[in-house]
Design a protein around this ligand. Sequence first.
Ligand SMILES: *[C@@H]1O[C@H](CO)[C@@H](O)[C@H](O)[C@H]1NC(C)=O
Ligand SMILES: *[C@@H]1O[C@H](CO)[C@@H](O)[C@H](O)[C@H]1NC(C)=O
Ligand SMILES: *[C@@H]1O[C@H](CO)[C@@H](O)[C@H](O)[C@H]1NC(C)=O
Length: 318
Amino acid sequence: MVIVIVVLTIFILVAGGIVVGVILYNRKPADDGDTAAGGAVAPAANASVVGGTAVSASVVGGAGSGGDTGSGSSGDDSGTGADSSDTGGGGSGSTQHIGVSPSVKLCTSSGTVNISDTIVVESGQTYDGKCQTIVPASSMGDGSQTEDQKPYFKLYPGGTIKNVILSSNGLDGIWFVSDTASKDDVWTLENVTWLDIGEDACSFRENAKDGTLNLIGCSMTKANDKSIQAGNSFGGTINLVDTRMFDNYQTFRVGVEPQTYKATNCELKGTNLIYGGAYQGPCNGVATFEFTNCKLGGGIHKLCDPATQVKYTNCEGP
Ligand SMILES: *[C@@H]1O[C@H](CO)[C@@H](O)[C@H](O)[C@H]1NC(C)=O
Ligand SMILES: *[C@@H]1O[C@H](CO)[C@@H](O)[C@H](O)[C@H]1NC(C)=O
Ligand SMILES: *[C@@H]1O[C@H](CO)[C@@H](O)[C@H](O)[C@H]1NC(C)=O
């Protein structure tokens, strides 16, 4: 009898312990994406997979890894995936902003400068417009699609234009020129705002056939046709950082040369994101695009093979 009672008591204690253990275990918050403690228990409870939204959480969270590893402690947590991904982004506390960083500001106009002819910026020179709006005389052009208008600027390699607002007249924008057609040619624009693009926002002229164009913290809007016109003679690299391009018919007008386009932390939305030159030859298979951490919008037309020519890393759209 005593033995039976002892055995029963042990049994009750053990069973009770298991029940309490199970209850306590199941009380563990299933929606805490950061703890990941229940990971070994139930494969079905992988909240980040079931919830389906963990991808966006990990993108928004940047380095945060909580959303990916968070798991529920039992099978009935499958509905809480969204909670898991909501909290997952906080994993490491760092957030990565997609598009132009909110800390990158454009000029607000500090006044106007009237010009009656193109401003030439030579190699090694920097033109600092101090955020004044440049207004051209009507003799320089009317900002329409006629081809014989003057540009606001002619920029030689090694030159920089910064802190400039181009008036809504637009003209023929900015010309990048070169005497040498060298791979080492570099043209730099920083903090340049096109209020309303005229014939083109910018184009490569004369011997500007290779090298690198850098656009940093710029804004180009309202092109009825092309914004960046790389034509059919430029075979270099166009590099955009922290730059916005909105409401343009052709954001990138691609030529038949082996052009490389790179955009990082940019917002590029227009009717056509890319307008290729395929109709000018058998197939335009040479231009390549790398979009990193960008917000994108618009169509991709007349490229030979967008799947191999265009690479997106951590972007939204197009
Ligand atoms: C849970 O999801 C993550 C991220 O998708 C994956 O790496 C991991 O293998 C999954 N774990 C289980 C147990 O399914
Ligand atoms: C620029 O031209 C406008 C119109 O012709 C004129 O009203 C204005 O005073 C000029 N500004 C400067 C700084 O000369
Ligand atoms: C552009 O100029 C404005 C006004 O000076 C300044 O606040 C801003 O930081 C500049 N942006 C860049 C990208 O240089």
